[in-house]
Design a protein around this ligand. Sequence first.
Ligand code: DGL
Length: 269
Amino acid sequence: MVKNPCSPIGVFDSGIGGLTVAHAITKLLPNESLVYFGDTAHLPYGDKSEAAIQAYSIKIADVLLSRGCKVIVIACNSASSASYELLKEYVNKQAHVINVIDPMVTWVASHLAGKKIGLIGTKRTIQSGIYSRKLKEITESITLSSLATPLLAPMIEEGYFNNKISHDLIEEYLQNKMFENIDALILACTHYPLIKSEIESYFKNTINILDSSEIVALALKDLLVSNNLLSHSPPSHSFLVSDYTESFEASTQLFFGKIVRLQKHPLWN
Ligand code: DGL
């Protein structure tokens, strides 16, 4: 296992959605260096097969390992559901691997026992049934109602939020009867923090909207502390994408809070 606290944290997603997680990490752990990989050439993952996402994840892990990452954070629910177990085996002690699903499941199980909870995410995440399976392993007391909302991530990538289109689409999905009387809603896609306030408004701020970014950053901190891997050096970040467009670079501001300079790094040579 890589033991050097100065090594960077690898973070990846299908595109720039995982920057919401990267942003939470930089806030909580300001001395950690990040290598972010957005697989923009293969976006969206939510509609891809499990096998395709596994193949992309392995290639991305190779890139992150070649950069000496001490931890790989799968900052994408679709990839977490498809590739986490495989990636842990593949990386095999060269780095720690964490996903965005387990920290949320643990948090929900310990804070919302006995509640009725809604969950929205991509087709890949919802069809995998991974949240209800993992929750049931911890508690039987939570009722989970899950709905695939496949148009939300592309809508957000295109910069459509806080407007009439996003308002109508969010309403169309959330007025589903399965969400009547829920106590909380899990945002099981790393793009969705960008529409969190619109979703809160839809529910008139009466329920808890759960976004995984801070919960995952906290899980990462616990992992670093317990393995003596916390960095105390000034950070330096790099942001790689498998396909480059100027519009992606401009959109990073929305997800990361500031524009980041993207470098093109093709996955297949
Ligand atoms: N950010 C990805 C996730 O958390 C969704 C986007 C996609 O479909 O690629 O599932």
